[in-house]
Design a protein around this ligand. Structure first.
Ligand SMILES: Nc1nc2c(ncn2[C@@H]2O[C@H](COP(=O)(O)OP(=O)(O)O)[C@@H](O)[C@H]2O)c(=O)[nH]1
Ligand SMILES: [Mg+2]
Length: 196
């Protein structure tokens, strides 16, 4: 998919600020620092559309990026940042749940995990929460550039065994850094936004 005009549209802290139109929303969920903002930048081929940070836990709003008036990428705050107080973590958690339960136009949830690590307890809870929303879901094992290319497929398989032994959800590798494995991710997004 060739993107011509990706635009930051709005930062929301409450449902009334979510865009009030019918464009499908493709939402990035994952722990702090897993690469949600980098994913958006890589997919739309812009260096700094979504703010990335080597210092995790900085995004406390829900950022909506309008992609050529076809769909939105929605950048949710990351969970599980250890330096956040319990109170802050709870606030971020309820933010995420409020969006996932109240937005009417979620077309796809992209759940990002780190290919190098077993899912954390928070990852497992979030995964269950996502599945229970009954929305279409795609799991991406990001930072695939960090492991040997010969190990990528097996590692994704092992991660799927841990989270989704029934294997009814699609798990794919990804690297926002190296911009590899992007085509498969686009295929899934196009199926959703063009209802192929
Ligand atoms: N090696 C590597 N680093 C990545 C990748 N994706 C993101 N990062 C780095 O991980 C850090 C956090 O990324 P960011 O997109 O801000 O994560 P977010 O908190 O989930 O939005 C940044 O330093 C990124 O450069 C990737 O695929 N490979
Ligand atoms: Mg971010």
């Amino acid at each position: 998919m060739i993107i011509k005009n990706p635009q930051f549209e709005v930062s929301a802290v409450a449902p009334k600020q979510y865009p009030q139109n019918e464009l499908p929303q493709i939402v990035l969920v994952g722990k702090s620092n897993v690469g949600k903002s980098s994913f958006i930048n890589t997919m739309v081929n812009r260096k700094k559309l979504a703010r990335t940070s080597s210092e995790p836990g900085k995004t406390r709003q829900i950022n909506f990026y309008n992609i050529d008036n076809i769909f939105y990428f929605v950048d949710l705050p990351g969970y599980g940042y250890s330096k956040m107080s319990k109170q802050e973590q709870a606030r971020v958690g309820s933010f995420i749940e409020e969006y996932l339960s109240k937005s009417k136009n979620i077309a796809l949830i992209i759940f990002l995990i780190d290919i190098r690590h077993s899912p954390t307890e928070n990852d497992k809870l979030m995964y269950r929460y996502i599945i229970d929303t009954n929305r279409p879901c795609l799991v991406l094992a990001n930072k695939a550039d960090k492991i040997a290319i010969t190990k990528v497929d097996n590692t994704v398989h092992e991660l799927q065994n841990l989270l989704n032994p029934l294997k009814d959800i699609l798990f794919l590798p990804f690297s926002a850094e190296r911009k590899i494995y992007t085509e498969k991710a686009w295929e899934e997004i196009e199926k959703i936004v063009f209802e192929k």
